[in-house]
Design a protein around this ligand. Sequence first.
Ligand code: ATP
Length: 464
Amino acid sequence: MSSIKSPFCVVLFLALLITSLMVFLKIWYCGLQECAHATELLSGHRSLLHELRERRQEISNLRKAADHQYFVRKPDLEKGTKRNGDIRSSSMDEVGCEELKNVQVVDFLGSGYTKTVLKALLPQGVPVALKSVNSQGTDMRKCLEDYKDPFSCQELVSFKLRKEVILLQRFQHTNIVKLRGHCQDNALVGGVTVVLEQGIPLQMIQLLQSPWEERFRVCYGLVRLLQYLSSSPLGSVALLDFQPRQFVLVSGELKLTDLDDASMEEPACRSDADCAVRFPLRNFSVPCSSRGVCEGLNEKRNLYNAYRYFFTYLLPHQAPPTLMPLVNQIMNSTGELRHGVNEILDSFEKIFHLYKSGRHLENLPPSIIRGYAVLKGVGSEGNTDLRCWPSYDQQGCALSVHDAAEAAHICNSHPQCTSFSLSDRKTWTGRVIASFRSGFARLRPDVNSVVYVRKARMSGAPPL
Ligand SMILES: Nc1ncnc2c1ncn2[C@@H]1O[C@H](COP(=O)(O)OP(=O)(O)OP(=O)(O)O)[C@@H](O)[C@H]1O
């Protein structure tokens, strides 16, 4: 009996031993896994805390630098207008958390990796753009994937908005979007809302279809901005993420709206090799200065980006023929970075003055207008079939001209053009909008209007 019992007991004992061993191993393995998970979370949390500390330090340094620069340069800055719209006016940063309770959000304007922008109406009906953290954006998503901590991620991503507020408070320029206010909601950790003047997101395709004068305005505004940034109150600023989507148009004027990737420091260097900036098609470098910084690199980087994203597409196409040599000069100097931003700005100003004064039309014979009968005190009405592109009006053919002689020159170059009239609408340079017509529209009495009728075509003119 005992010989039967003992193998049974041995088997039972072994089974129990193996089971307990397995349970033990399982517990041990799970413990290890949990421990690894906990360690991972802990180290993730540590690096999140580290990042938050770094961002706080960055913001505090930026604020100190901004205050320091402001007070050191205050007498200078308060003198008012410097070159090209560098104006330090009283702060517009006046819409706060209280006012934001009563705004009405009316539209979506845009979003990017970090921020969402909504159109809202202030209680007085004034439209503004409200920027806040894009909770669906790449920055927030990556942070949540890495750290799984919504509150800290909100704070981390908000640092970009806080940086933007400090910069917008310090930078005041016609070509930088105006800060109307901001609110840091303490109830929601780091929740920042920035209130800006509202613009229209830059649509390169639309701009390509607009008259040269408007495209020149955008490029001219950009160069004025780059000149300001090259010696801004916070030093030479590089726009590290330079793309058309960082800009908006406000009444046709280009304005920078995204400043979170602006760098206020020239890169540090040990040798010239450290001072290279690489683009897909070109590389540029500056010498490493004795102070150990790549002096002038920020300016060069901005200028070449302006060339490759803006000038190439907007500047030469349909430029007035007599201004082409100056336009080509700008294209060559920026494409090769042969000149600095001050020289480039000088060339833009030269073009602007020639164009505005009509001096670029000097070889236009004044006699050209003799080919037109001038009908004073009449206006024409009704649709005509003359179309031109790009036109200031969707319907018809409306172009800017310096005077009646330039309009006559344009009309002569369109075989179907039979007449034109000058309106009282003006473009940003002060040029007059002229409407060109083919067939004769009906004429009506209008003491303020003059119609110029091409003599060779007058036979079909209707009686007044
Ligand atoms: N003041 C404004 N008026 C109208 N639209 C604006 C304004 N500011 C920004 N926008 C629009 O909102 C978009 C996102 O704004 P912003 O560039 O500041 O966000 P972001 O997350 O930093 O973008 P990105 O990913 O390009 O860096 C812009 O591309 C622009 O189209």
